[in-house]
Structures are given as C-alpha cells and as structure tokens.
Ligand binder design. Sequence first.
Ligand code: PLP
Length: 463
Amino acid sequence: MDGTFNENDLSRVVEADRAHIWHHLIQHKPFETNDPRIIVEGKGMRVWDQKGKEHLDAVSGGVWTVNVGYGRESICKAVYDQLMKLCYFANTAGSIPGSIFAEMLIDKMPGMSRVYYTNSGSEANEKAFKLVRQIAHKRYGGKKTKILYRDRDYHGSTLATMSAGGQDERTAQYGPFAPDFVRVPHCMEYRKHELDGAPEENFGVWAADQIEEIILREGPDTVGALCLEPVTAGGGVIEAPEGYWQRVQEICKKYDVLLHIDEVVCGVGRTGTWFGYQQYGIKPDFVTMAKGVASGYAAIACMVTTEEVFDMFKDDAADPMSYFRDISTFGGCTAGPAAAVENMRIIQDENLLQNCTDMGDRMLGNLQALMEKHKVIGDVRGKGLFLGAELVADRATKEPMDEKRVQAVVADCMAQGVIIGATNRSIPSRNNTLCFSPALIATADDIDQITDAVDGALGRVFG
Ligand code: PLP
C-alpha cells in the first residue's frame, strides 16, 4: 500500500480502513469478518456506501450533525471563496466571516453577547468550565469552583468534560477525573421510579429541588455553575418535565450559580427553535454549541456568553492575570464561520425551523402509532426532529430491552436502507432507546419511510 491509490478504487479504501483506521466509539472485532462501512457520497437526506447502496439517513451523519442535509453547493462555495481569500489567522485577530456569523448568532440569542470560537463541542464546554473556575478565583477568593452536572447528560470526550459525564459507560476506566464536578440526579419522568423518593405528581419540580439539596449539601459558597443539556441526547433523548426549568432558574439565581446550557446537539434548529433552551424560557449564562452550527461542512463550535460575564474579564491594571488566557488554534479557521453563515441563511430562507416542528410532530405521531402496535415500545419522546423510542422487555416493570435486540432493530433498518441510532451501550438500563434525528429538510415521505422501516424491523425482531 503506497498511498497512491485512486479514490475510485473502493476495495483498496476498505483495505486501508481495515488496516489503519481507528474508528470512533465502536468495537473493531466485527471488522475481522465484515467490511467496515465507508460512506462515499451524500445528497439531501441520503448517503451511499462503498457498495453503492443508498441509505436514508435518519440520524444526520450519525450524531445529530448535518442539519441542512448533504451536498449543499452554496455552503461549499462560501467555504471555497473564503479559503481562497484567507484560510486562517489566529483569533487574536478578527476575521470577516467570524464577525458576520457572531452578529447573526447573537441576533438569535437575546441576552447573549460574546462568541468564542473553538472546534469541538467538548472544547466549547471546557472553555465555559475554565471561565467558571477563573470567576471563582477572581470574585470568590478561590471558592465556588464546583460545577454541577446531571446524570445521563454528556458534555464531551476530554478529561474535564468526562469529569462532568453523566453516562458511566463513557467514563469507566478513564479516571481519575478533575476534582469539583458534582453529579445531580436525572429528570427523566419515564424512569423516575429509579430515583428514591420521586413523587407521582410534580416530578419536574422535585427533580429540580434535588439540585438545590445538593447545592446546600456542598455549600452554596462552593458551587459556581450548573451544566445541563436542554434535551438530553445520547443519555436517552430526555425532555425535562413540566416545572423543571423554571425551578432550575430560580435555584441558580438564589445561590448565584451560573447556568451553562450545552446546546451541542440541540443548537441551531434541531428542536424547532434556534436553540433548545428557547423552548423553555431559560436565561443561560453560557451556551455551547457545535454539531449543527455548520452542519458538518466545516469544524466549528462556539462558547457564547453574556456581556456581564465578559465584563469580568476586561483588563485590570492591578491584575495581569485578569483576562481569559486561553486560545484554540483552529478556532481561527475561517472555513467554520463561513460555512456557519451560509448554514444559518439556509435554515432561515427555507423556513427549516417550521419544517422541523411540522415533521417532528408527524414523526412523533407515527412513533406513537407504532407504540400502539408494538408493546416493546415503552415510551416515545423528544422535541422537533430530535426523537427517541425506548424499548422495554416489559411495559409494566419498564425493564429495559436487551441491548442485542435493540441493535438487531438498528441492523434491520440498515438492511432496509434506513440509518437510525440507539443510545449509548454498555450499561444495560441505558442502551435501549432508538434515536431519530433526520435533517431539518426531511419531507413527509422521508419521515414515513423511516417509521415504516422501524415498524418492519420491530415486527421481524420481536415477532
Ligand atoms: N455535548 C453534547 C450534548 C454532545 O452530545 C456531544 C457529542 O456528542 C458533545 C458535547 C461533545 O462534542 P464533540 O464530540 O464535538 O467534542
């Protein structure tokens, strides 16, 4: 293998993949007998693999990313033009697309004011964590360094973001972790029976009250921030119940705790509003985003905050350490904001937020109908085109469905030419939710094709 092979020689691509690629998140044993899947091309909602097989992509590039669909010429052109003009300069200086996108973004986020560019969701979250720690030193004499995070939430793959990791299957064997990250309980109505003392009524308020109890236990003068997903993604597609967010906001205000909303999945349209938090009237201090910002056409992520936070980092002649001493090399790539500007224009011009809401409603309706038919579906839930169907072995006890059978449903859909997802593996009670996040351009036919495939798969796998 000399690296000179032609990109059309797909058997050599497969061979090189098998020999040299370390794929993300998955086990490699199956590749000893099966070919790795190579995705060769994409257009609209569909992708084609190395065998020329067409797939309807119901998960936007696997992980909730390609919000505007594949093959968008206008984004490619915007990126090409920008790269020819200026590919890169460190963000110690500004750039034209950086300024344009920041203005567009802030226009969609009343109350927010400053955009910090990075290149992954994990990194954006780390920036907010670092600011919380620095604020603790600047304002609170080194106290208020603790960051609360929630069971089932995920904030990234780096050591600090894993320290805030609410999915044990992602963090097991990678410790020890950073200190001063404290877990609060999940707010999942469907599985509230797993939480000691959870009430039948007003579970949302109760779940938020657990956060207050933890703040009081830790000492309010030690807690700097609370980091939450607006709708939990990989942890089970979980929307917080009625009353939760209002109470969370009150608690943050009462104890002077900064609220960090991780919009890495929900951001830029996925739930039918620009940001997930806007569905619930939340006023965050930090918002982080990544996947849908440029729909995967370029790597870009943002940490966005308020002018109030920014003001704390203005020059202080008496303190040479007062400013945010942080840099992200590739936060200066201009391809990211150039792609993001065009991505946002497309969502606006094609009215994709409305389409997301309409198609999300249709898909939720279809999934609810499947629930009537297949008793293995214990719950369906989600917001916009961000939906899940939880599979259970027993509806009465809610015993989670065995992971192998969940994966058999995913594999059956794949054989039918529809790519769906499932929540994270390894912890048996948490790997049983089928995930759907088609691009925001999905049509009614696409939605029906996805749910028809699920219907057929459930019939074949569970008889
Ligand atoms: N936050 C959430 C909610 C995510 O789902 C992810 C990735 O899936 C991340 C953060 C980390 O983003 P990245 O993989 O870009 O570092």
